[in-house]
Design a protein around this ligand. Sequence first.
Ligand code: DGL
Length: 261
Amino acid sequence: MSAPIGVFDSGVGGLSVLREIQQLLPAESLLYVADSGHVPYGEKPPEFIRERSRRIAAFLVEQGAKALVVACNTATAAAINDLRAEFNLPIIGMEPAVKPAALATRNGVVGVLATTGTLQSAKFAALLDRFARSVEVITQPCPGLVECVEHGELCGPAVEALLKRYTAPLVAAGCDTLILGCTHYPFLRPALVPLLPTQVQLVDTGAAVARQLLAQLTACALRHEGDAAPTRFWTSGEPQLLHRVLPVLLNTDSPVEKLKV
Ligand code: DGL
């Protein structure tokens, strides 16, 4: 089925998931919404995030989406149950990679970098309860990092100072596995890695979400064979800003439309 797949995030973080989807499913056409007019979601009330997610999902469904990917841990935690109740199509969400990290850790100490909203959510508590009973998990909210990525600022003194501040307690606690629990953070890997002891491994969920999407499309007989249409991008923020960071984050120069929802 040639209909597109709708992908959204509070901003540009979901592009780290979009690139995994493009790699695994090159025949699928994609629509991407960055809600950059309301970023960051991480410090906002769950009701606000649910309402934004509902409006964006409705917009993507209007554009003909056959499936949705909530490429945002914070929006998944706040809104995915409501979205699945309201919209009748496959909806894939993100969650911090607690299960893979609990399996990967060698010393039993796992760190989680995520937004305040994700770390405070009932979904995250349930995830820990289910998969992390046998490991020690240390969580760290990271205000400010998302804003850096939104501006395409992936390295430099300001980013490094924030990364040092947020990883220091996790390194001091002896974490050997670090979960990147926000879709903006994989873009900071190159700045993050040199700040960590070499034995620390980083895990994120983008590739697993792309595989999950493939499985659901296959199960629902929704896969497309052939050529994909060019990916379309919308933002509720400044289209020029997204257009300026797209080459940095996704190596593309696509046009960006203004989202009016
Ligand atoms: N990229 C998002 C996530 O995965 C949210 C970041 C934010 O807007 O605070 O959680």
